[in-house]
Write a protein that binds this ligand. Structure first.
Ligand code: GH3
Ligand code: MG
Ligand code: MG
Ligand code: MG
Ligand code: MG
Length: 316
């Protein structure tokens, strides 16, 4: 955290307002058995716009963290009756990884082993009591900024830039997790969706038109993605979907609706109206026996059959 601008300048005020706006969306948990120490940290955090939650011992802190995914920052006192701060930090890490929650240990204890124990058990930082308001703010901001940066990088690594859909890497991870969650004996389907004669759009109207077509198909798929389903841009003008819990008839109706929705798109592009169709290859399997590689390979083979059969159709 570096103050680039002079406090009092307009730029600084704008920066401060934006920072307060961001902090309002972040919940900070203060865990301290001393009511006065807790109130002081809470008052400082509130002053910087954070939404503050308080806990007076480790057990209630863990309950709060478990219940509230909005908690991104935890300030942990070391000396508390019951669970000590280092132990709380260790248990907290089993619930929330370092990319989700920042932990800052606090203590007036000058034992030189304390800071390394905090850090080794998952704390990101440490503040020695008594601390100045300035140091408190610097450490809190730096840790929250770092979480935000990690989030941005995760987003860049998992989301397709053109369409905003999950990218191929993200699809493979998410769908593998879905298959691994042995929650029911229902069916899972993987579908490969490919725009028909897409090269013709690029060749006749240009890449910009092609991009617009890809975005439009992505929107249709997105609009038809139910909770727990996954729709991704797999590459170029190909999309890969995972849909679970539908019987054969419901699955057929689901993909047919997507096919029709794409076919009825009319996108104004310059003096032209863009329209397009997709071919879809589907592979359904019992969730239990689903092997991701097999599902994708078979969906791909069905897609090839749909193309060979004349396009704008579904094979399964
Ligand atoms: P088919 O019906 O057999 O699928 O024919 P097609 O022309 O759609 O098939 P093909 O897979 O050969 O063409 C895909 C083209 O997509 C090739 C590539 O230049 C283009 N492409 C890939 N990514 C993008 C992109 O992000 N934007 C644009 N505009 N074009 C892309
Ligand atoms: Mg204490
Ligand atoms: Mg194509
Ligand atoms: Mg092709
Ligand atoms: Mg293709």
């Amino acid at each position: 955290y570096v103050l680039k601008n002079t406090p009092g300048s307009i730029d600084y005020l704008v920066w401060l307002v934006q920072r307060m706006e961001r902090n309002r969306r972040i919940a900070a948990l203060v865990v301290d058995d001393s009511p006065s120490a807790r109130a002081y940290a809470a008052a400082l955090l509130t002053m910087y716009g954070y939404h503050v939650i308080e806990a007076d011992d480790g057990a209630s802190a863990l309950r709060a963290i478990e219940a509230d995914p909005a908690i991104r920052l935890v300030i942990v006192d070391e000396e508390m009756p019951g669970m000590q701060g280092v132990e709380l930090t260790r248990r907290l890490r089993a619930l929330r990884a370092r990319d989700k929650v920042a932990v800052i240990g606090i203590s007036g204890n000058s034992d030189p082993s304390l800071i390394p124990r905090f850090l080794k058990n998952g704390a990101n930082d440490f503040l020695r009591k008594p601390f100045s308001r300035e140091e408190f703010f610097c450490r809190v901001s730096q840790n929250v900024d770092q979480l935000e940066l990690i989030g941005t990088l995760q987003d860049l690594a998992t989301r397709d830039f053109l369409t905003g859909l999950p990218n191929r890497r993200s699809f493979l991870e998410q769908s593998q997790r879905q298959l691994g969650a042995a929650n029911n004996g229902g069916m899972v389907a993987v579908a490969m969706v490919d725009i028909d004669h897409f090269k013709h759009i690029n060749d006749s109207l240009g890449h910009e038109a092609g991009d617009q077509a890809i975005r439009a198909v992505a929107s249709v798929l997105q609009a038809n993605t139910r909770a727990h389903d996954i729709s991704s841009r797999f590459g170029g003008e190909e999309f890969c979907l995972m849909v679970s819990g539908l019987d054969a008839a419901a699955s057929a109706a689901h993909f047919e609706q997507m096919r029709q929705a794409v076919a009825s798109l009319r996108l104004p592009f310059g003096d032209n109206i863009l329209s397009m169709t997709v071919s879809i290859g589907v592979c359904r399997m019992p969730l239990r026996s689903g092997n991701l590689h097999q599902l994708i390979t078979e969906a791909d083979r069905q897609l090839y059959l749909a193309k060979a059969g004349g396009r704008n159709r579904i094979c399964s």
